[in-house]
Write a protein of this length. Structure first.
Length: 318
């Protein structure tokens, strides 16, 4: 039986330099299970995770629900994007036909410019974009979701048309268009013009109403250039053209029209180059003919003088 010491006796031991006795662990060491409630010695991580899930399952469900709700809220008004692509292949037969008689400055001064990349910049130029905007009437754009420009044909917008909003109301037999200053009753299958915009609607689109906007010409060009991607294929003479838009019909029409406009410009440039080479060859032929005529006249004069001298020498000898 251990003796219980009073505080005074303990103080005397401290003053004498003696330390109180420290209990020595019994055989077998200290009791295992430090940091585990109830002395549980199971340290399996999987069971610990499972225990946490059972204890905090409501937090996991709440976090998932909040994430789904936020994603729905952030994307509830997002519209689908559509991308259409086309391709063009570059050929240059002018140099082959003329035998490189005329220097081709289109490939760069000194021959240090990549002709493929040059044509890529031509396709992405504002001149091509302006022609596409004008030919497709891209100043007129739908502002109603799922109401696409494929419901219209033969769309033409005056370049100087003022920005405005057009409201359409459809019925099975006709439709009515309202602008800020005017209104018009249109028939399906016949051209309709209002506020500098001309279009044809072949049939009823199946909508009760729709809203379209007329953009300024420069804004429509900038919008086209913003959705245009032009890339050359490696180690080929093929250029890929793609366009992205909220309207699938606009995306397809723009991708095709850009290729058509570029081919038309390329053909016109080829004709101009061919004309320039023909003029050059004709001028060279004229110069050559003149030089040949001068040479022939000199040869004829030389022969005449030679014959005259020979005849005189023969007469003198006789």
């Amino acid at each position: 039986m251990s003796e219980r010491k009073t505080p005074a006796e303990g103080n005397r031991q401290l003053r004498s330099g003696l330390l109180p006795a420290i209990p020595y662990p019994q055989a077998g060491g200290f009791t295992p299970g430090f940091g585990v409630e109830g002395g549980d010695s199971d340290q399996n991580p999987f069971r610990q995770y499972l225990s946490m899930l059972r204890r905090y399952w409501w937090m996991l469900v709440l976090t998932t629900a909040l994430g789904v709700a936020y994603q729905w809220y952030a994307t509830r008004n997002d519209l689908p994007m559509f991308r259409a692509a086309s391709a063009v292949r570059l050929t240059d037969q002018g140099a082959t036909m003329s035998g490189n008689l005329v220097q081709d400055y289109g490939s760069g001064f000194g021959g240090y410019t990549d002709p493929i990349l040059t044509q890529v910049q031509v396709i992405k130029s504002r001149i091509v974009a302006e022609q596409v905007v004008y030919s497709l009437g891209l100043q007129l754009q739908s502002q109603t979701p799922s109401f696409y420009m494929g419901f219209f044909t033969n769309v033409h917008v005056d370049r100087a048309a003022a920005p405005s909003k057009l409201t359409f109301h459809f019925s099975p037999s006709h439709f009515t268009v309202y602008s800020a200053r005017d209104s018009i009753l249109g028939e399906y299958g016949r051209p309709t013009a209002i506020g500098g915009v001309t279009f044809t609607m072949p049939q009823s689109p199946g909508f009760a109403s729709a809203t379209l906007g007329v953009l300024p010409h420069d804004q429509a060009v900038d919008q086209l250039l913003g959705g245009l991607v032009v890339k050359p294929r490696d180690m080929t003479s093929v250029i890929d053209i793609s366009y992205t838009s909220f309207d699938p019909y606009v995306a397809q029409d723009v991708a095709s029209e850009i290729a058509r406009v570029f081919k038309a410009q390329n053909a016109q440039s080829a004709r101009q180059e061919s004309h320039r080479r023909r003029v050059f060859i004709e001028s060279q032929l004229t110069t050559t003919d003149s030089a040949l005529a001068v040479a022939q006249s000199k040869i004829a004069a030389y022969r005449t003088n030679t014959l005259a001298v020979s005849a005189q020498d023969k007469y003198t000898t006789e």
